[in-house]
Design a binder for this molecule. Structure first.
Ligand code: SAM
Ligand code: SF4
Length: 474
């Protein structure tokens, strides 16, 4: 194996560069997608084993339409066996769009003079959170540009503020962050504020492509970014999210990069990422991109199915960047989290604007449905929308594959918690017949459950929720 030059101190092994362009390109080149081999690999994934990079490369090279269908069917089956019908909902909240970087694809980049720059004040932040709570949101991801103003202390303070906002029965029970890489000490400070997941996307795992798109500021440094999650882990943040921005380079390379990143975190810290995100490049104010790498819908859906099979126990996040039809399709392949009612404009929740305005948002989004509409559709399709935050709050973090590998975990914790949080939503926020529909779906799920002590305890708590008790979980 050929690795690229080591740029970090040898004594800090966890920060050695672990992505090798040559290694990934050779693996992709050498992979051949024979029918039998592809089927063996799908079967391995269905037996709940994570795939190697070589095996992932074989699935990537399987372009025959029949094999693609088998890969998608495998992903659907895995999703049903492992995650059931639960879909976790969250919302992003943009805290500030000051930025010293110059990511060529992002409306917030420093050189984009058309962009209006804002940082939410304390009271504006509270106002946005109250709006989100009024919709029924319980899980947020706070998003920040990269700027000296957004210090670890600032980020920690905004996280603490969000947790304190309580409106009616509303509260935010889990605050995740998507922020620029910090130092180990910086990560310690944000951990103390009680963040859930720390998420950062590598954008492109290919060094050359990375350097084309990151032309200014700290983000120019590929190694500083790729080592961010190692520093987060060293600071004690064992719940991290990775991602790549699809459209900067060949999607096949990026999928391999993501899997290599998972391997690295598992090898060094004994715990892989909690989630993987795979945004596709969207239109933004005055951005530059190469049409050659734009991922078609067909390749995108295939890519999600491959990722599902490659990392069976890692959560997959799909965002409102995707149109509703694509979201609906890939939900079947194992997306476990989606956002609902998303606004990516600064102050987008409190100043609800009718028209999209590319000069005040980071990029365009394609799914403008409200949370209520998303809930309605999920219920119609018999998915169980979940606002569960129990694992994080009971300290069940780190071993993210628990729900996957611990027998009975889903039955004991995930499904009951999904039902309890859904019932809270139905009681407090549902409109226009959603409540009745939602309770019918809960009843159906209860009927399908084995009659045992777990079901009994769930039924008891469900009655308590109906009587007005909140935040009950297992
Ligand atoms: N500033 C931090 C950073 O760059 O990591 C966090 C916030 S940034 C707004 C969050 C993510 O938005 C980026 O990591 C990038 O993947 C994504 N993004 C930026 N421009 C985009 C675009 N035009 N289309 C889709 N996603 C985009
Ligand atoms: Fe700044 Fe992040 Fe946008 Fe890059 S992606 S310009 S770092 S906000």
């Amino acid at each position: 194996m050929i690795y690229e030059p080591q740029v970090y101190a040898i004594e800090d092994k966890s920060r050695l560069p672990f992505i090798s362009t040559t290694e990934i390109e050779e693996m992709l080149h050498q992979a051949t997608a024979g029918r039998t081999r592809v089927r063996e690999i799908i079967a391995k994934s269905l037996s709940k084993k994570r795939l190697s990079m070589q095996e992932t490369a074989v699935l990537i090279q399987a372009t025959d339409s029949e094999l693609v269908e088998e890969i998608k069917a495998g992903a659907r089956k895995l999703k049903e066996q492992v995650y059931g019908k639960r879909i976790v909902l969250f919302a992003p909240l943009y805290v500030g769009n000051l930025c010293t970087n110059n990511c060529e694809y992002c409306g917030f980049r420093a050189k984009n003079k058309d962009q209006k720059r804002t940082t939410l004040s304390h009271s504006e932040l509270i106002q946005e959170v109250e709006m989100l709570e009024d919709m029924g949101q319980k899980r947020l991801i706070l998003v920040y540009g990269e700027h000296p103003k957004y210090s670890p202390e600032f980020i920690a303070e905004t996280v603490r503020t969000v947790y304190k906002v309580k409106k009616g029965n509303g509260e935010i029970r889990r605050v995740n962050i998507n922020a620029a890489p910090l130092t180990i000490d910086g990560f310690r400070k944000v951990k103390e504020a009680g963040i859930g997941t720390y998420q950062v996307f590598q954008e492109s795992y290919n060094r050359e492509a990375y350097s084309i798109y990151h032309t200014g500021g700290k983000k120019k440094d590929y190694d500083w970014r790729i080592s961010a999650l190692d520093r987060a882990q060293e600071a004690g943040i064992d719940d991290v999210g990775i991602g790549a921005l699809f459209g900067l380079h060949d999607w096949r390379f990026e999928v391999m990069g993501l899997i290599r990143h998972v391997n690295h975190l598992e090898a060094v810290f004994n715990v892989g990422p909690h989630t993987i995100s795979f945004p596709r490049l969207q239109k933004a104010s005055n951005v530059k991109y190469d049409p050659k790498w734009i991922l078609s819908d067909e390749d995108f859906t295939r890519m999600v199915a491959i990722l599902r099979l490659a990392v069976p126990y890692t959560g997959l996040i799909l965002t409102a960047r995707e149109p509703a039809e694509i979201r609906d399709e890939v939900l079947q392949f194992g997306v476990s989290q989606i956002d609902g009612g998303t606004k990516i404009e600064m102050k987008g929740y409190s100043e609800l604007k009718k028209e999209q305005n590319l000069d005040s948002e980071q990029f365009e989004i394609s799914d403008n449905r409200s949370l209520a509409e998303v809930m309605d559709e999920l219920i119609d399709k018999e998915y169980l929308p979940s606002f569960c935050t129990a694992c994080y709050r009971t300290g069940r973090t780190g071993e993210h594959f628990m729900e996957f590998s611990v027998p009975g975990f889903i039955k004991r914790y995930c499904s009951p918690n999904a039902i309890l949080t859904m019932a809270e939503y139905l009681e407090d926020y549902a409109k226009n017949g959603t409540k009745e529909k939602g309770y019918r779906l809960i009843k159906k799920n209860l009927e399908e459950m084995e009659k045992d002590q777990f079901k009994e305890r769930l039924e008891e708590r469900l009655e308590l929720v109906k009587k007005g008790e909140r935040d009950l979980y297992f």
